[in-house]
Design a protein around this ligand. Structure first.
Ligand code: SAM
Length: 253
């Protein structure tokens, strides 16, 4: 079958790497796992064999009959022809995993973030740069919206370096695995408020936080969170963004 670029199809073909990914996922008999974009089943076959209760979410109409043929006879597998961006999780908690189509990775991560109460772990293969963004620390160049939003709710870690040669067809960039585990002590913050705050904070990275947030937050409010208004947005910690979001939410009440 010809791979569809529009659906981000790069199929894994390196058994060593597939095994390493499965080790990180660590599937257990009976646990609920959702695989986004199973494709031709490279990872799926191991998830199925573990005895996990597996739900497959695949958008490509042409792949559905192949998945039915390969996995339809197994009681522990359910196949859904569905856009993962429309996925509504319930009756979790789930492990959500997949070698994600790169074009939907950021919106999918944000959609999963809003459904974090249904999630116990996520393991995704992504473009290396996106994984580096997710895991970046304040002060690093890649620290930005994705880092703040995801680190607010999850402990994020990067694993493995995967070269283009692990796939058919080969992508142009390197890949990595990111593991996200819900933080037990996550600060309670309204996610829409935090999301809108970081969108404005990072609107112009070269500007100071004072300039980016001047319409919504005063210098005094920044200082009350230990922030110098002359700081750049990428130097402010996740916990300081959480404090600012709380302040904004309280003012909106
Ligand atoms: N898991 C397979 C592997 O590792 O070889 C395939 C990975 S490929 C990078 C991404 C898969 O996601 C493809 O099968 C593609 O059809 C599917 N896909 C693309 N967009 C999707 C969406 N919005 N919802 C669900 N699946 C999608």
């Amino acid at each position: 079958m010809r791979a569809k670029k529009s659906l981000g199809q790069n199929f894994l073909q390196d058994e060593g790497i597939i095994n390493n990914i499965v080790k990180i996922i660590h599937p257990q008999a009976g646990e609920k796992i959702i695989e986004i974009g199973p494709g031709q089943g490279a990872i799926t076959q191991y998830l199925q064999a573990s005895g996990a209760d597996l739900q497959l979410i695949e958008l490509d109409t042409d792949l559905i009959p192949l998945l039915q043929q390969q996995f339809g006879q197994h009681d522990n597998v359910q196949i859904h022809h569905l856009d993962a961006l429309k996925l509504k999780l319930n009756n979790g908690p789930f492990k959500v995993v997949g070698n994600l189509p790169y074009n939907i990775s950021s919106p999918l991560l944000i959609s999963m973030l809003y459904q974090h109460t249904e999630i116990k772990q996520m393991v995704f293969m992504l473009q290396k740069e996106v994984v580096q963004r997710i895991c970046a620390q304040p002060g690093q160049k890649l620290f930005g919206r994705l880092s703040v939003m995801l680190q607010h709710q999850f402990t994020c870690s990067s694993h493995l370096d995967i070269p283009p040669t692990a796939f058919i067809p080969q992508p142009k960039v390197d890949s990595q695995i990111v593991q996200l585990i819900p933080r037990e002590n996550a600060t309670e913050v309204s996610l829409p408020v935090l999301e809108s705050l970081v969108k404005q904070a990072f609107a112009m990275r070269r500007k100071t936080i004072r300039n980016n947030l001047k319409k919504i937050i005063s210098d005094e409010q920044l200082q009350s969170c230990g922030i110098d208004p002359g700081q750049r947005p990428e130097t402010i910690t996740v916990s300081q963004y959480e404090q600012l979001a709380k302040m904004l939410a309280n003012h909106a009440d």
